[in-house]
Every structure is written in structure tokens, then in C-alpha cells.
Design a protein around this ligand. Structure first.
Ligand SMILES: O=c1ccn([C@@H]2O[C@H](COP(=O)(O)O)[C@@H](O)[C@H]2O)c(=O)[nH]1
Length: 236
């Protein structure tokens, strides 16, 4: 999907990083029609949250399954086939060539899009070096984006800090999905490469992933509406 085709409201993806299905359902009810796109990651998926993917999809919401798959090709492919049956819109894999190739082949014919996680937004150059990488964050993100593009991956997960550079590399053929979003004044937490919603959109991000600044807000709906307003304003 070209960025211009993405409805402004669908650009906010709320991370349902919550302890269980009851809490997740309550959050979805609280956010109501302010939010149309949800992300289910480790915490909820491992607490029985995967059936919620189908439930949300049936109720008209879009769902991003953020399991960041990385395994031998056959295991990744079979996992992708299973997630495709749930009706999810996005699924993440780590941006390793074998993994991306297996995922792209396995999703073909389904409506599922594969997103490659380039470098986690909680990493800076020092963290990469500590993990044994010689490249800095921006170089590794760009190298992985180029590999992902060649392999036919549908989109990239990166910090909004890399969005403008990635746009130049991949044009509008791939979706740019950016966590590490922090409204002005929000606690950074463990995120290291962050931007405000408005700056992320201006930098070229298609989708903004926001978790704690919304789910831990005193009024999550008000917090989500504020992010939506910032997105709309930045889109002009
Ligand atoms: O590089 C990445 C990839 C995924 N995430 C996920 O996004 C949300 C962010 O939540 P916040 O509470 O807004 O920090 C979370 O579910 C991560 O698993 C990411 O942050 N960075």
C-alpha cells in the first residue's frame, strides 16, 4: 500500500503490551473508535492473546503480530503460515536474509505483510558494538533495508530517526513502521532512538507504534486522541 493510501487514523498502532486478554479487551473498549490498529507482542501472545488477533480482525480492527521471528527457514515458514490464518495484517521477523526469504515465500497468497526489524529502537551504537557488530546503527539499518528490499519484504521496522534515509533507499515500495515514538514530555523508558509523532510523520514514517505513552496514561483515550491529532496535523 502506498503511504498516500493509508487512512490517517490507521497510522497509529497501539501496542497492547498488557498482562492478559481481559486487560487487553478492556483497553480496546476504552480506546473505542480512536484506534483502528493494534499490535500484539510477546507479553500478550504468551499470555493466551493470539486468539485476540482473530477476534480483533473480525471486529474490523487491523492487527500487527509482533513476534519478531528468527529461526531456521522451515520453522519460520511454518510459523508464518500459521499467523497468516489468524487474519493479521503485519508480522515481524528479524532482518536476517534466510529468515526474511523464508517468511516472504510463506506469506505469498495470503493478506499478511512481512515487516523486517532492522535494529531495535532500544539499541544505540554502543549496544550494537557490545553485541559484536562493527557497523553503527544507521549503516546496519540501511544495509538490512537493502537486503529486505531485494528479498521482497513488505516493510521495515526502524526508529523514526532512520525514516528519511530509508525512504531514499526503498522509495514508497515498502511500509516504514516506527516504534520509539514519544509525545513531548513522555517518559523515554528503555527506548534510545525516539521521536515525537509529528516529527516521525514528517520524517516519512507510515505507521507509528505507541505503547506505554497510551496504555499507561491516566486517560488512554485522551492520549491516543492527542497522538492522532498530531499525526493529522503533520500530514497537513
Ligand atoms: O525496534 C523495535 C521493535 C519493536 N518495538 C515494540 O514496539 C512497542 C513500543 O512500545 P513503547 O511502550 O511505546 O515503548 C513495544 O511493544 C516493542 O516491543 C520497539 O519498541 N522497537
Amino acid at each position: 500500500m502506498q503511504p498516500a493510501d493509508i487512512a490517517p487514523k490507521d497510522r497509529l498502532i497501539v501496542a497492547l503490551d498488557l498482562p492478559g486478554v481481559t486487560e487487553a479487551e478492556a483497553m480496546v473498549a476504552r480506546l473505542g473508535d480512536s484506534v483502528s490498529f493494534y499490535k500484539i507482542g510477546y507479553q500478550l501472545a504468551y499470555a493466551g492473546g493470539l486468539p485476540l488477533v482473530q477476534q480483533l480482525a473480525k471486529s474490523g480492527k487491523k492487527v500487527f503480530v509482533d513476534l519478531k521471528l528468527h529461526d531456521i527457514g522451515n520453522t519460520v515458514a511454518r510459523g508464518v503460515e500459521s499467523v497468516a490464518k489468524l487474519g493479521a495484517t503485519f508480522l515481524t521477523v528479524h532482518a536476517y536474509p534466510q529468515t526474511m526469504k523464508a517468511a516472504v515465500e510463506a506469506r505469498s497468497g495470503s493478506g499478511l505483510k512481512i515487516l523486517a526489524v532492522t535494529v531495535l529502537t532500544s539499541y544505540d551504537d554502543g549496544d550494537l558494538h557490545a553485541a559484536g557488530y562493527r557497523l553503527n546503527v544507521s549503516d546496519l539499518v540501511e544495509a538490512r533495508a537493502q537486503q529486505a528490499q531485494v528479498l521482497g519484504v513488505d516493510g521495515l521496522v526502524s526508529s523514526p530517526e532512520e525514516a528519511a534515509a530509508l525512504r531514499k533507499i526503498v522509495g514508497h515500495q515498502m511500509n516504514l513502521v516506527t516504534p520509539g515514538i514519544r509525545p513531548a514530555g513522555a517518559a523515554t523508558g528503555d527506548q534510545k532512538r525516539i521521536m515525537t509523532p509529528a516529527r516521525a510523520i514528517a520524517a516519512g514514517a507510515d505507521y507509528l507504534v505507541v505503547g506505554r505513552p497510551i496504555t499507561e496514561a491516566a486517560d488512554p483515550r485522551l492520549a491516543a486522541d492527542a497522538v492522532q491529532a498530531e499525526i493529522k496535523q503533520a500530514l497537513g
